[in-house]
Design a protein around this ligand. Structure first.
Ligand code: 5GP
Ligand code: ZN
Length: 114
């Protein structure tokens, strides 16, 4: 999708610090981390928000979380814990309209989130 920042990351037009990649998904470090580890996991196809998810995306979204689980184990924060977040639209603070899972780790997380 034209003018989508994360589609440009997928295309390689914008550089990213990749953590994981396969045919369908990409994970890379957030440019402005909010925790010692802050990874974004995205599908390679353009889906703007959680509101745009369809039944046919179910397996793909499951794969994002399986990748998050694998990264957590590989980087050793599975036992201590970590947080996954999807912001949807303005009131949740979504700023990039290509669906992404934030994966935050390496510090104690507050609850409720701000
Ligand atoms: P949102 O606010 O939409 O939930 O999250 C968007 C995230 O993308 C933010 O945490 C922001 O720091 C990150 N981000 C924005 N532009 C870039 C970029 O060009 N590269 C990377 N790696 N992260 C970005
Ligand atoms: Zn996109």
């Amino acid at each position: 999708m034209e003018n989508c920042l994360f589609c440009k990351v997928v295309a390689g037009d914008i550089a990213s610090d990749k953590v994981y990649e396969d045919d369908e998904i990409l994970a890379f470090n957030d440019i402005n981390p909010k925790a010692p580890t802050h990874i974004l996991l995205i599908p390679k196809i353009h889906i703007a928000t959680l509101n745009d998810l369809e039944k046919g995306h179910a397996e793909l979204i499951g794969k994002l979380f399986l990748a998050a689980k694998r990264i957590a184990r590989e980087q050793g924060f599975d036992g201590g814990g970590y947080r996954t977040v999807i912001n949807c639209n303005r009131l949740a603070g979504q700023s990039v309209f290509h669906i992404h899972v934030h994966m935050l780790a390496g510090r104690l997380m507050g609850w409720p989130p701000g």
